[in-house]
Design a protein around this ligand. Sequence first.
Ligand SMILES: [Zn+2]
Length: 216
Amino acid sequence: MGQFIESALDPKTALYDLTLPAGEPWSRVLTKGQIFRIVDLEGCQAVDTLFYNAADAADRYSAPDTIRAQGNIFLTTETKLVSSDGNVLATIVADTCGRHDTSGGACSSESNTCRFGHDKKYMHNCRDSFLLALAELGRGMGKRDLASNINFFMNVPVTPDGGLSFADGVSAPGRYVEMRAEADVLVLISNCPQLNNPCNAYNPTPVRLLVWDPVG
Ligand SMILES: [Zn+2]
């Protein structure tokens, strides 16, 4: 694990290229074979991401199934993103960060309250961003569709006694992760708006999203 693999793809040839501002939600359906890259433009941003089988949204990314399939809690090159029905939704094909979290979950008004104080309850959070993006999709998806997520570029090691520690980031400006869709996949991102967690230096930043059609 922790394989630093660079991509051969040139951003100039991408069919889609967007800079997503800090704190914003985003969604798109990737068709099978398309390549999707997320670039951590300024470093140590957390990109909370959900994946669904576009043909059946009840079949969605599963952190426990993904961890069990690869025998490792961190995601990097060669990780297969496994769904709740045991399908592979996407494969990570390049990674210049080396480690991504899928244990820490997404921030919410509840976690803001528990971790940072009751006065933080109404601050922007990923769970609300996901719900907003789902509502805008008009597919009838809502709270019940919020399953386990990936925190791209986030570093959440497990302590010797089994706890999760939200450690300082291991990413840096310009690092990226790239994946190939293995089915038609709905991707939902909350570019984390969190202002209370030192893991992003209390400073949410933009990310760049690129899509290429299948190569060759
Ligand atoms: Zn968040």
